[in-house]
Design a protein around this ligand. Sequence first.
Ligand SMILES: [Zn+2]
Length: 313
Amino acid sequence: MTIPFAGDTVDRAGERRTQPEWIEAAVASPEARGIVVGRSGVLLDGVAEAASDPWAPEQRTGSLGLARIEPGERAHVADPVAFLGVGADGAPLFALEAGDEDRLTDLRLAASVLSPEDAGLAAYAAALRNWHRSHRFCSRCGEPTRSGEAGHVRVCANGHQVHPRTDPVVIMLVVDNAADRVLLGRKADWPQRRYSALAGFVEPGETLEAAVAREVLEESGVTVTGTRYMASQPWPFPASLMLGFEADYAGGEARAADAELESVRWFSREELATAAGEGHDSPILLPPRLAIARHLIDGWLGARASQIKPRDR
Ligand SMILES: [Zn+2]
């Protein structure tokens, strides 16, 4: 299963996009198309019905597409040029700034109705435009910046360069395979009964493994070992990259150890399997399929099941 926002298949054409003539020709091409994004979401080629809970797991995927607009259309802003890449059909793709926020669909809702490829493209376009919107001035000298390299760098009058920014977040499933259980936590403002994997921003000078160990200890009072990378997910709210890990329980008593979570506890395989089956009598709600946390939980349930089977025979 593709992780939502992780499915973009566009060829980013990293070497060609730095050639001004090539980009000029791409912009002028009758094949060129723009993905329209703004502060409140992305433009679809239809209307996505807003569910009462946009995170609801029963949402279908693939029933709508991204609107693909001709870049010259005046309803949207093409300046600066923000080149995404070349699509599977050979068309150059750009991220356009929405002229009208009212017609946009929230990205999380969009991800539930778009194909994995379109959801990934929407995340890419949103992240790139978010960055242009918030980096108009140089963080070193305060001078205005202008866009270069087809929208993949900004430069000020003093020649300082800034590149599109991505903020790494570790998200980790703490597993205690000896007891066949997993550690999850919940924030007070989440929907009732929802639990998810622990997570936090990577700090300057920190390795990913150290960030995993620190966040788990801070949030749950538990120590971990054997941290292993599982998968990643672009999370353009506004510029994160979720880095998914599993880590083995090493010791400590699980409890909500800081103000960030209101509850931290272990869940047995049976509890998680029931919740994954979306039984309405389940005492907990798992994270929605949109979230990488759900992918980690489903992976643990599935991997262990396939490991156990041969031994049982
Ligand atoms: Zn500067």
